[in-house]
Design a protein around this ligand. Structure first.
Ligand code: 5GP
Ligand code: ZN
Length: 168
């Protein structure tokens, strides 16, 4: 069965890149998809979607509750809950794809700007716990609320934060 062979190939690729054991992969539901994950179903074609791009790793489809005209989602076919789980190679592919599609959408839609948005965790506004990257074309006066209130930070806090976070 070709589907099975495809799956075995994919399993091999993922195991190589993550170093996970087969049991670990199956446990995380990455291979067959999470049973109740709607993006697993959409990405793998089990539920129809307004697809604007598809390859072996991703499906890109239009958001059903768009922030603006053309709002789309880059979704990997394999289940990763969020950025922290996402495979490195797929992360690189996702950002390259975002760049390409943003250029295409800018030409096709004539938008004035573009946001890439990617939420991780409920606290960050994530509602679908299957990694996705939002492609949001922006138009002058579109009123899309992708913003925050600029806060304040002291120079001591800045120093502390650099110590906490900095890798160098
Ligand atoms: P999040 O808040 O997790 O970053 O984004 C989830 C996004 O998925 C939302 O923008 C929401 O409108 C979209 N969404 C949720 N369910 C569906 C669906 O069944 N089909 C499509 N096309 N988009 C969905
Ligand atoms: Zn999923």
């Amino acid at each position: 069965c070709w589907e099975m062979l495809d799956n075995m190939e994919q399993i091999g690729k993922i195991r190589q890149s993550t170093g996970d054991t087969l049991a670990e992969l199956i446990e995380r539901g990455r291979i067959m998809g999470k049973e109740n994950c709607i993006f697993c179903k959409i990405a793998n074609g089990g539920i129809p979607s307004s697809t604007i791009y598809e390859d072996e790793d991703f499906r890109v489809f239009l958001d059903l509750n768009p922030a603006t005209k053309g709002h789309a989602l880059i979704v990997p076919k394999v289940h990763y809950a969020d950025l922290f789980e996402l495979d490195d190679e797929l992360a690189v592919k996702a950002i390259l794809l975002a760049k390409r599609l943003a250029e295409r959408m800018k030409d096709a839609l004539g938008c004035d700007g573009f946001n890439l948005v990617q939420n991780n965790g409920a606290a960050a506004g994530q509602t679908i716990f299957h990694f996705h990257l939002h492609l949001i074309p922006r138009y002058e006066q579109d009123g899309a609320g992708i913003a925050w209130n600029p806060g304040k930070v002291s120079s001591e806090e800045l120093k502390e934060l650099v110590q906490l976070i900095s890798e160098t």
